[in-house]
Design a protein around this ligand. Structure first.
Ligand code: GDP
Ligand code: MG
Length: 603
């Protein structure tokens, strides 16, 4: 197929607006799928993704489509839909010349619609606006078209209306892809220049890279170099995805396809890296940026005897997810484990869910936190660390208060879309989380867009849920990096029977220390199971006790009489869990649920 009949495009959408459904429908219309496979969404491959309805790894499929008597090759590049993976989204978009901006005609424009629109706009891609779910009675396509006009200056004439579920209007989408999106441009005379925009791990082949061929061509037997590492590989196989791997002779300019070359892990196939032929080095493509973890958490085996099994599981998972960083770490209470770095909270949740599902490893995760930059004083200490500005992502490593000159914390710029009537509640929530409003405006008669600068630490745990709950589910939130700012935080420690449990230590803003100390203690009293002895719970800053509580000892026969209704049931449940599923962890002589370290953070 000549390059003039290739189209590389992506579907971008807020979560649940129908991206996977549309992708499947396009595959079906073009007979890319065998009918029996059409039942489930093919592009959401992993179990976690299916459960959560999110796409984590970008997946691509090549579609052949006959249009006006000529055969076209349409490469659908399925970007991850979540802000945590913005880096992967923009790499995937770098392989495209156009996008379908899919919007649920009931919900209208949401926070991720805005973020995705600008990603596509900055990459100068053709944007085809498509309203989905017009089959629903509650659809308001005209209102959404107005929003598109006022926010993005979209011409109403260019907006398509479809039902991905029923297939209505989906032919028009294919037509628009061919007519509106330009063919890729490439110089076949130039030497090979290809962008790695995704990679995954295959048991038999090692890392498989997905390439967008900018110039030249690539075939089996070529010796290639990855620009970032300078490493050489012999190409074992190239091909396209339909959506399973289908080998081809050559991948030439404008094409999108896979390359297998015995890379041992996906860490070698760095997303954003450039591939060239050994004897014809080229200037690397711009914008290579290693993934930067921003949320950190400790992970420990439930039982130290599982340490080796867990290590294997982590290594295997990390092979497939180069964005996660894994560093060995030891904790006084939990033993030998690891400190993991993630792109965001969703990334953390997906990873830990995979750890459980795919490897059956029982793990304890500690509360997620961010990286602070701490300026310390005292020649000795500075010399000890070799620098003045320490980067600390584990509260256990927090310096003594008297050595700290200044602390900086990571900030984000959040974008919120919401119906006007929820503005007060949403703004109140943002301010409680130490947010500072930047600008807010109406995007039509009822919908607002607000921007807040917020500390990352305040949104990593339950902010999404909180936003949804104060807005009856109508507000949506997305964020981008906004650098570091000086802040006033301190470390709150938790003592159980006078013993410091370092894994429960937390970095807290001074304005919240009192409330937070009380909340932590109350929460622990609620979630730590009663034991045969009394437990004193204290929250302290340095030597100062800010809050205290008691966990009364458990006395078998009296329990039921003492605590009526809910508590009894809850207590029974806890006991069943303890007995049946081995879910309690001894910390010193105290038994904790393995979820304690994360639960304690949830408000
Ligand atoms: P994604 O998160 O963007 O991939 O969204 P999905 O494709 O998973 O769709 C989210 C939900 O919307 C699913 O329950 C779909 O069945 C439903 N859905 C998708 N397209 C349509 C449509 O055109 N009409 C209706 N009524 N529902 C749809
Ligand atoms: Mg999906």
């Amino acid at each position: 197929i000549p390059i003039s009949r290739i189209r590389n495009f992506s579907i971008i959408a807020h979560v649940d607006h129908g991206k996977s459904t549309l992708a499947d429908r396009l595959l079906e219309i073009t007979d890319t799928l065998r009918p029996e496979a059409g039942k489930q969404q093919v592009l959401d491959r992993l179990q976690v993704e299916k459960e959560r309805g999110i796409t984590v790894k970008a997946q691509t499929v090549s579609i052949f489509y006959n249009y006006k008597g000529e055969e076209y090759l349409l490469n659908l590049i399925d970007t991850p839909g979540h802000v945590d993976f913005a880096n992967e989204v923009s790499r995937s978009l770098a392989a495209c010349q156009g996008v379908i901006l899919l919007i649920d005609a009931n919900q209208g424009i949401q926070a991720q619609t805005v973020a995705n629109f600008y990603l596509a706009l900055f990459q100068e891609l053709v944007i085809i606006p498509v309203l989905n779910k017009v089959d629903l009675k509650t659809a308001q396509p005209e209102a959404v078209i107005k929003q598109l006009g006022s926010l993005f200056d979209v011409d109403p004439e260019t907006v398509l209306k479809i039902s991905a579920k029923l297939g209505t209007g989906c032919d028009e989408v294919l037509k628009a892809i061919i007519e509106r999106i330009p063919a890729p441009q490439s110089n076949p005379e130039s030497p090979l220049k290809a962008l790695i925009f995704d990679s995954w791990y295959n048991k038999y082949q090692g890392a498989v890279s997905l390439l967008s061929i900018k110039d030249g061509s690539l075939k089996k037997g070529d010796t290639v170099v990855t620009a970032h590492s300078g490493k050489q590989y012999i190409v074992k196989s190239v091909g396209i995805l339909r959506p399973h791997e289908e080998e081809v002779e050559t991948l030439s300019g404008g094409h999108v396809g896979y390359m297998m070359c015995n890379m041992r892990s996906t860490a070698e196939a760095k997303i954003g890296d450039t591939v060239y032929l050994k004897n014809a080095p080229v200037e690397p493509l711009p914008g290579f940026r290693p993934p930067r973890p921003i949320v950190f958490a400790g992970v420990y085996p439930m039982d130290q005897s599982e340490h080796i099994a867990m290590k294997k599981a982590l290594e295997k998972l990390a092979l497939n997810d180069p964005a996660v960083t894994v560093i060995p770490d030891t904790s006084a209470a939990l033993g030998a484990g690891w400190r993991l770095g993630f792109l965001g909270l969703l990334h953390l949740e997906v990873f830990s869910q995979r750890l459980e599902q795919e490897y059956d490893a029982t793990s304890i995760m500690t509360a997620p936190g961010v990286t602070y930059k701490v300026r310390i004083k005292g020649d000795k200490i500075v010399r000890l660390h070799g620098k003045e500005l320490l980067e600390i992502s584990n509260p256990a490593h927090w310096p003594e208060q008297q050595h700290i000159v200044e602390v900086q914390e990571p900030m984000v710029l959040g974008t919120l879309l919401l119906p006007e009537q929820y503005y007060n509640q949403v703004a109140k929530l943002c301010i409680e989380r130490r947010g500072v409003e930047q600008e807010s405006s109406m995007i039509d008669k009822t919908q607002m867009m607000c921007k807040f600068i917020l500390p990352l630490n305040e949104i990593i745990v339950d902010f999404h849920d909180a936003i949804k709950s104060v807005s009856s589910g109508f507000a949506s939130f997305d964020y981008e990096d906004h650098g570091y700012e000086v802040t006033d935080v301190t470390k709150v420690d938790i003592l159980l029977n006078q013993k410091k449990i370092e894994e429960l230590s937390m970095i807290v803003h001074v304005s919240k220390v009192k409330d937070e100390a009380k909340r932590l203690v109350d929460k622990l009293v609620e979630i730590v199971p009663r034991q045969q002895f009394h437990i004193a719970v204290q929250a302290v800053v340095g030597a100062k006790v800010l809050s205290r509580g008691d966990i009364k000892p458990y006395r078998k026969d009296v329990t039921a009489k003492l605590y009526g209704g809910d508590l009894t049931r809850k207590y029974k449940k806890l006991r069943q869990q303890a007995e049946g599923k081995k879910k309690l962890k001894m910390v010193g002589n105290i038994q904790l649920h393995r979820e304690t370290f994360i639960e304690v953070l949830k408000r």
